[in-house]
Design a protein around this ligand. Sequence first.
Ligand SMILES: Cc1cc2nc3c(=O)[nH]c(=O)nc-3n(C[C@H](O)[C@H](O)[C@H](O)COP(=O)(O)OP(=O)(O)OC[C@H]3O[C@@H](n4cnc5c(N)ncnc54)[C@H](O)[C@@H]3O)c2cc1C
Length: 397
Amino acid sequence: MGSRSPATEAPTVVLGAGYAGLATWHGVHRLARGRWPVVVVDRHPVHVLRTELYQVGAIAAHEGAVSRWALPLRTLLRGDSSSILTGDVTSIDLKRRTVRVDGAPLDYRELAICLGSVPAYYGIPGAVEHSFDVYRLSHAEKLGQALVESLGSRGAEGAPVRVLVVGGGSTGTEVAADLATVRWPRIVGRPCPRLTVLLVAGKVPLLAGLPEPLVRYARESLHRSGVLVDEGRNVREVQADCVTLDDGTVIPFDVCVWAAGVEPPALVSALKVPRGRGRRLAVDEHLELPGYPGVVAVGDVAEFVDPTTRAATPATAQAALAEAPVAAANLVARRLGGPLRPFRYRERGVIVSLGRTRASGSVGGLSLWGRPAALLKLAVQTGVRFAGPRGGRAPGL
Ligand SMILES: Cc1cc2nc3c(=O)[nH]c(=O)nc-3n(C[C@H](O)[C@H](O)[C@H](O)COP(=O)(O)OP(=O)(O)OC[C@H]3O[C@@H](n4cnc5c(N)ncnc54)[C@H](O)[C@@H]3O)c2cc1C
């Protein structure tokens, strides 16, 4: 698979088997009808349900049996395991139309860059070294293990374990609410001290973008779950056991979780092409990189700005799943010749989990909160789990 193919038979290559990559692969595979190879490359032989990685308590409870969050690619790609290449994408050469996977060249005729995102640390000293995150399954597992060890090492009467979550977007909010509502003694396997959670939301308003009544509900719900929320101050530095805020306040912690936003992986950042916000790849209305016909970027790596509304697509699975069919159709149009499809984005809504039984959301202009919102979130997650990675229609929220 890693050897060079004659130009005429060069495959359509999809980099990344997340929400964007799998949906793009399915779209191209369906339209190609076996006429040329369509290869998906990922460093893992599984598709990770990243939107569910805020469930740190449940991940910790599974002690390594995390198949609930990681679906094997060979079962998702219609039994077409010859299409899967497991390895690290180490470089992309847009001029020569080749990528390197674990150092070996792989030529492409069309390319979909769907490599997702990594945590953005904004150059804040100590943030990389002294914090956990939930942007990868292995990272969420490490966080769960650290909490179990910390809780288990103290007697039931010991001092509470202080968790500080940085970032007041939906990821930080969901993680904070999950940590505060998990039944830790069940997971630790014996009585253990309390876990306190402080959410340092930063200068961007808590859950910016959600309608105000839903933010109010979320704030109340966090309060009821015992989560303290610090708003209006950014983190300036992270040390092994404390953070310093930009007004000089020092806050001690036992475990720090970084959930303050994402940016493209370094390999994508290295490409010399136009950028959107947060260094995402700027794509045109066909989701192609300007100047590179037949090369699309989909999902968190890409930013499409709607020419009419000037709104940029968010870094969400929902946007990735909306972009993928258009990107796939355009890759096939480039191969066979034919008109390209323009992309337009309309957000269906957003639902933020607020612990085991509550959520807050806005869907199709309707606001909902509490248990009904939590049930809808579960239904959407189930839909995405069973339809999206298998090539079915899954809106995601
Ligand atoms: C806790 C949490 C909750 C979220 N909740 C929601 C939600 O409710 N709704 C929503 O719409 N969005 C949500 N999101 C955002 C959503 O998860 C992302 O927007 C989505 O995963 C983006 O899809 P993607 O395919 O671009 O990237 P990913 O799903 O991250 O996939 C990228 C793939 O590329 C692979 N890869 C990366 N680099 C390399 C490399 N060098 N070599 C080989 N393979 C590589 C990775 O292994 C991965 O499989 C949430 C995110 C988090 C962290």
